[in-house]
Design a protein around this ligand. Structure first.
Ligand SMILES: Cc1ncc(COP(=O)(O)O)c(C=O)c1O
Length: 458
């Protein structure tokens, strides 16, 4: 088979590669107004506050339909996705003695935010979406469980409808037994704009059984605006909730810890002390860029979805199995990354890893940003050395905290999550840039064919 020649591809950062005069103009306005801080300055409050409102309306919108005027969703902009997770867990009351249930395919920040809040991460296995398996959830719950954190990875939705209905069942039992209900924090850093079917609400239904945006099913959802994400302000994060009381805590904690109960607040930082703040405010510069990017999001998603659908169909035509969609009939995934499983093989695990690496190395010759998921850095629980070795923070927390002594029963070593472990050594993926033309897609399909014939089938 003829080896396809190398060809240049558009960059892979979905939002940044669409930066143009609109972002330049928006940020220039902030500089001309000499108002980079959201709460005070000559002409402050024009960007981040409006971005929060627009983000809420976007999240409340049905795909392909104009944003509604009101949303019922409260949004707090912060300066990173990591910060969003830390503030959200704090606002949910997570601390010593608590467990947070999280999947093993995520990003290190999903874990570090739990540790920084002095709680113990509890791993739960994944299903064929590579996200949290609703069927495995019950086994991971103990009386100490405070929060469940699904992490829809690389733009692919979890079976969030099933997760939420399992959580409502668990909570009905807990409330009957006099236990606190568990809460759901969706870490949607990698899946802004994705949508899935289900009923939102962790205790009672807080919306109809229909399509909702990822991040609006649980008690809190977070997003990231870092450069790898669907839209970007370089850095940035969002925290969203339908619960006004939780929003009040999030607002306070993302700033200096004071709630703004009076309008206008007596102080820029608020009026009523609620706790210790995280200092995670978003700048007006970030807000200005993010507002422009949000208006491009539907177009970016449409581009990635179109290319992803072509790659996925081709992979199936070759007899390979792509990563499952949570909803096969109406997939709401963003299309950011295309993953498939290598054919079943009689080889042992180490030989299969070597084979998967050879496939990734072959795809890498054309700059497709491939990974054998097993090697996908600190997205994989057993690649996070400070987790498997249980590194403490300076005060020894969370592992040395007496209230957390139960952690002895938990291991984070490879082998803890059999279904995910198997998927990681047998799945490879390629990036789906948001600016591919049909001609680029044709060339990538030729590369996939070539690697299929010369490496995968060998
Ligand atoms: C799943 C997940 N959670 C959290 C984060 C943290 O976001 P940030 O990089 O904005 O701090 C990321 C970022 O890569 C992520 O992928």
């Amino acid at each position: 088979m003829r080896k396809p020649p190398f060809f240049p591809l558009p960059g892979e950062f979905p939002g940044a590669i669409w930066y143009d005069d609109a972002e330049i103009e928006a940020i220039t306005q902030v500089i001309r107004r000499q108002s980079p801080f959201r709460y005070y300055g000559p002409e402050c409050g024009l960007e981040v506050r409006q971005f929060e409102e627009e983000f809420a309306r976007f999240l409340a919108s049905a795909p392909g339909v104009p944003w509604p005027d009101t949303s019922g969703i409260h949004v707090t902009a912060v300066n990173s996705g990591t910060g969003a997770l830390e503030v959200a867990l704090d606002a949910l009351g997570v601390g010593c003695g608590d467990e947070v249930v999280v999947q093993g395919f995520m990003w290190i920040a999903s874990i570090s935010a739990i540790i920084r809040n002095r709680a113990v991460p509890v791993l739960v296995d994944s299903d064929d979406t590579l996200n949290m398996d609703p069927a495995a959830l019950r086994k991971a719950i103990t009386p100490r469980t405070k929060v469940i954190m699904p992490v829809p990875m690389l733009g692919g939705c979890a079976r969030i409808g099933a997760i939420m209905s399992t959580v409502r069942e668990i909570n009905a039992e807990r409330i009957a037994a006099g236990l606190e209900p568990v809460r759901v924090l969706e870490d949607c850093a990698q899946s802004l704009g994705a949508h899935a079917r289900g009923i939102p609400g962790s205790i009672t239904a807080s919306g109809p059984d229909t399509i909702h945006r990822a991040g609006t099913f649980g008690d809190v959802g977070i997003f990231s605006l870092q450069i790898n994400k669907d839209i970007t302000a370089g850095e940035g994060g969002m925290i969203v909730t339908r619960d006004p009381d939780l929003h009040r805590r999030i607002e306070a904690l993302h700033n200096v810890g004071y709630a703004k109960d009076h309008e206008p607040a007596q102080n820029w930082y608020g009026d009523v002390p609620l706790g210790w703040g995280h200092g995670r405010r978003m700048t007006e510069l970030q807000g200005a860029i993010a507002r422009v990017q949000l208006r491009k999001l539907d177009m970016i998603l449409a581009q990635m979805r179109r290319s992803h659908a072509r790659f996925e169909q081709h992979i199936m035509d070759l007899g390979l199995t792509p990563r499952a969609h949570a909803d096969a009939e109406n997939p709401g995934d963003t299309g950011y990354y295309c993953i498939w499983r290598l054919p079943d093989s009689p080889l042992d695990d180490e030989q299969r890893i070597a084979k998967g690496r050879a496939v990734a190395a072959a795809l890498n010759e054309w700059g497709l940003h491939p990974w054998l998921l097993h090697d996908f850095e600190v997205h994989v629980y057993y690649n996070i050395l400070p987790l498997i070795e249980k590194w403490p923070m300076n005060n020894g927390c969370p592992w040395k905290c007496p209230a957390n002594a139960f952690h002895e029963a938990y291991s984070y070593a490879r082998g803890s999550l059999p279904v995910l472990d198997e998927a990681l050594i047998s799945s490879v993926g390629i990036n789906v840039p948001s600016r591919l033309t049909p001609e680029h897609e044709d060339r990538i399909l030729e590369v996939i064919d070539y690697v299929f014939e010369t490496v995968i089938r060998q």
